[in-house]
Design a protein around this ligand. Structure first.
Ligand SMILES: O=C1NC[C@H](CO)[C@@H](O)[C@@H]1O
Length: 432
């Protein structure tokens, strides 16, 4: 097996015979003795596809990874665990049925995904919780440990209330203890397919605290901000205590996930236990663009997006760490979810994003790559209303969103061409 895996490593590492962990060298990633840039996809459901039995679809997973590899995608950002919940817009089944009750068949899906990524010299950023409800997440932990109702914003329609209540997770000792039990279970896992300990597997690029953890809502108090800063540092330190080989990141969106407070964003990521910064860019979610009135809103959205793209690279320069634009997306023309709808606005947006990323990376600035949101591949919406039901294909859009909202499908040739072109440009920078 080791001989087999050897040729899955970058040439330098294979020659040296040691695993090529992704490391940080000042404001850049290095891997196998050379710079490393992320040309990545969000693939939250990758471990679900890797599960055996009826939940998974290993044949589809292999096909999706082959397709992504052929495009030049070298990294996927995936969900490791989900929490069983009665919230309608969460994925089912969940890896955690209740505190301490884990579904080994589903967890073996991550084993299979990592084994397949290793064969293709691809890496994974793995997040260990979710600030949002679509995988159970922090609100489900609070249902377990404080008895509160797990809040589904798709039902309550009140995101400000959701965010203000969800941050109680950071200060709930029992919830934090179970969260750390789950972190330890995943980080110290032995891959049931390869026999390799996760801590020794260079296919893992980084552990990520959660998907989009926020300090509170728009009115986050100084005390909530300090709790957030301390939670990031404490949890990241805990992970590094379990695993001396891998990087740790927060999963932050940047300003949008920091109550628009740049000092908080930088302060929360100065801790030595956080190895690189992350940010996400969502013009439609944040109301910068009206997909049904692009003519009137594109210029403003582009100006705000360019500023957002650049200011976070400047924050990373000040903090002295790499930063990855690990989420961005745009819907299909006319706000359609139909796979047959054109993607001219999406392609224009991706082109603008890629222009900033590649231009500043080529200048040596700390932008270390991207993950677009999200790979839909061969997945197809199953219902006329585009909502997901258990047993339907999984795709880039999690269950809380219409199936087709942001997914890049394998038939979206123009968008895939832009991703391929950008992956090639970043690959060239690795050889400098
Ligand atoms: O992490 C996320 N960021 C934005 C995605 C699209 O709205 C969303 O599905 C996900 O919760």
């Amino acid at each position: 097996a080791s001989l087999f895996l050897m040729h899955a490593l970058p040439p330098q590492a294979a020659a040296a015979g040691k695993p090529a962990f992704v490391k940080v060298d000042k404001t850049h990633f290095v891997r196998g003795g050379q710079r490393y840039y992320i040309a990545g996809a969000n693939f939250w459901y990758g471990a679900y596809l890797g599960a055996a039995g009826k939940v998974g679809d290993r044949a589809r997973l292999v096909k999706e990874l082959d397709t992504m590899k052929a495009v030049g995608i070298n990294n996927v950002r995936v969900l490791a665990v989900s929490e069983k919940t009665d919230m309608p817009s969460a994925v089912r089944p969940a890896t955690t049925a209740a505190p301490g009750q884990y579904d080994e068949d589903l967890l073996a899906g991550l084993d299979y995904l990592l084994a397949e990524l290793a064969k293709r010299d691809m890496t994974a950023v793995i997040y260990l919780n979710n600030f949002w409800q679509w995988s159970g997440g922090m609100t489900q932990y609070l249902n377990w440990f404080e008895g509160s109702q797990a809040l589904d914003p798709n039902v309550t329609k009140d995101y400000e209330d959701f965010m203000a209540k969800t941050v109680r997770f950071y200060r709930n000792d029992k919830a934090q203890q179970e969260y750390r039990n789950v972190i330890r279970k995943i980080v110290q896992r032995v891959n049931t397919i390869t026999g390799k300990r996760y801590v020794d597997d260079a296919t893992v690029m980084a552990w990520q605290l959660a998907n989009e953890p926020r300090p509170g809502n728009a009115k986050a108090t100084p005390e909530e901000k300090q709790v957030y800063i301390d939670w990031i540092a404490g949890t990241a330190a805990y992970i590094h205590g379990l695993d001396a080989n891998h990087l740790v990141s927060s999963g932050s969106e940047g300003l949008a996930g920091s109550a628009q407070d740049g000092d908080l964003f930088m302060q929360a990521h100065r801790t030595k236990h956080i190895d690189y910064l992350t940010y996400h860019l969502w013009p439609k979610n944040w109301g910068w663009i009206d997909s049904k009135n692009v003519a009137a809103t594109w210029d403003g959205a582009l100006e705000k997006s360019r500023h957002y793209l650049n200011v976070h690279i400047d924050y990373a320069q000040k903090v002295g760490k790499p930063i990855v634009l690990e989420e961005f997306g745009m819907d299909r023309d006319g706000a359609s979810f139909d796979i047959k709808a054109a993607t001219t606005v999406r392609d224009r947006f991706y082109r603008e994003v890629f222009d900033v990323v590649t231009t500043r990376a080529a200048k040596g600035d700390p932008i270390a790559g991207f993950n677009f949101w999200a790979w839909g591949g061969a997945g197809r919406a199953a219902n006329p209303d585009y909502w997901w039901k258990e047993g339907n294909d999984l795709m880039g859009d999690p269950p809380q969103e219409e199936q087709g909202l942001y997914s890049v499908f394998d038939s979206d040739a123009s968008t895939i061409a832009l991703i391929r072109e950008t992956a090639t440009k970043l690959k060239r920078l690795e050889r400098k």
